[in-house]
Design a protein around this ligand. Sequence first.
Ligand code: FE2
Length: 194
Amino acid sequence: MPSTRRSLLTAFLTLPLIDAVRINALAQADGELPLTLSCEDGDDLTPKQEAGPFFRPNSPLNRDLYPDAAGGERITVAGFVFDDRCRPLAGSLVEIWHADDNGDYDSVGFRLRGHQYSDAQGRWWFNTIVPALYPGRTRHFHFKVQRPGGRVLTTQLYFPGESRNDRDRLFQEALLLNMKQTSDGRFGLFDFVI
Ligand SMILES: [Fe+2]
């Protein structure tokens, strides 16, 4: 049966609720990780990137952005927020903003802008659309991530296989989404390590 965005999100959210230390122990036992845990390297914090000109404060508390651009290709993006020792960070602010399916940002309202707080296991997810390219940049999402009481990480996430990645002055391989194509859109995973 082909996977859907929902089935992959459900699989992500119903992983056994174990802490990342045990995930790492399992991975060593099995030789395979259920998810890429970039924090296992210890000093691999998620790189920061510029916010760019289109950030607006006070985005709504909303993880379902798909209705903001109903004609776009659907994508679910999801992941953990970890500290540098692979411990999930519950209650972390995760904010997204991105271009619509015409490559435009909403500079008046809050279309395709939203934030949420990671759950008790440090997980977050947004249902949204694939942003269109706009002049001068490869395809990307903008994010801000902040653990409770911590500093704000501003960064961007990228799409694998984009021909413009190589020519983008900001593109970083460490910020690539782990992307799957499903029967009803894409599903991208990324773990923030802050
Ligand atoms: Fe942008």
